[in-house]
Design a protein around this ligand. Structure first.
Ligand code: ADE
Length: 252
């Protein structure tokens, strides 16, 4: 079983490739892939690129060319839920594309051709990922967030939304939340890739799980908070959580 490990940015995955044993680099569609083993699990690491189309292409190459049988995403997101703070981690239970709008032909957020707006993550893989995150949050992560004068982090689980926008304003994020809530959707976080990968994985009937550490609150300070967090903490989460996850998978 080969598991693909994806992040959007190099900073989010830094160091992970160095942990691979028998690493081999491959190249397809202008992307680099590193195949190897981690704690006895066959993995392939790659960068999705930024945005839904780049992420969908990467996911498709992973499945079609590299025989990925599951995809796990680790990266950062902007916090939208009222109690989702910078430094916390959100484990996705489901995904919605917040910029999908084919109304009035289809209800707002619905994916034409799918008859739904929500793509669920794989339950079993998400459960394992949440255990891996919880282990990290309860041990090492508080020391990392302390370096940015942030409180001890917490884990949340629920809906993450994706769209081709970096959300960086109080009014914009309030409007985003309001629109989703009107459709009975309660988003915890916003990013730019996950929903596209969830859709590709649904097309191929492949398990998908994702975790996002919260780099900013998608507010007026997001453009300052985001790079600070990405440079200092994001890759630590990726390394420790993916190692925890692979140890669990190796035991199963
Ligand atoms: N990823 C991290 N922060 C984000 C934000 N505020 N908007 C979109 N994607 C993000």
């Amino acid at each position: 079983m080969t598991i693909a490990i994806l992040s959007a940015l190099p900073e989010e995955q830094q160091g992970l490739v160095d942990l691979l044993q028998n690493a081999q680099q491959l190249s397809y569609a202008g992307r680099r892939f590193w195949r190897g083993t981690l704690h006895g699990v066959q993995v392939v690491c790659a960068l999705s690129g930024i945005g839904k189309v780049a992420a969908a292409t990467t996911a498709t190459v992973l499945i079609e060319r590299l025989n990925a049988q599951a995809i796990v995403f680790t990266g950062v997101a902007g916090g939208l839920g009222a109690d989702v703070h910078v430094g916390d981690v959100v484990v996705a239970r489901s995904y919605v594309q917040h910029d999908m709008d084919a109304s009035p032909l289809f209800p707002r957020y619905e994916m034409p051709g799918y008859g739904r707006s929500v793509f669920a993550c794989d339950e079993a893989l998400t459960h394992k990922l949440a255990l891996a995150v919880q282990q990290c949050v309860q041990s090492l992560a508080a020391a990392w967030t302390a370096t940015l004068a942030l409180p001890a982090p917490r884990m949340h689980q629920g809906l993450i939304v994706s769209g081709d926008r970096f959300v960086s304003g109080v009014e914009e994020s309030a409007n985003l939340r309001k629109g989703l809530e009107q459709a009975d959707l309660q988003p915890l976080a916003v990013e730019m890739e996950g929903a596209a990968i969830a859709q590709v994985c649904a097309d191929y009937d492949l398990p998908f799980a994702a975790m996002r550490s919260i780099s900013d609150r998608a507010d007026d300070a997001a453009h300052v908070d985001f790079p600070k967090f990405v440079h200092s903490i994001a890759s630590r989460y990726a390394q420790v959580v993916i190692e925890n996850l692979c140890k669990q998978l190796a035991k199963a």
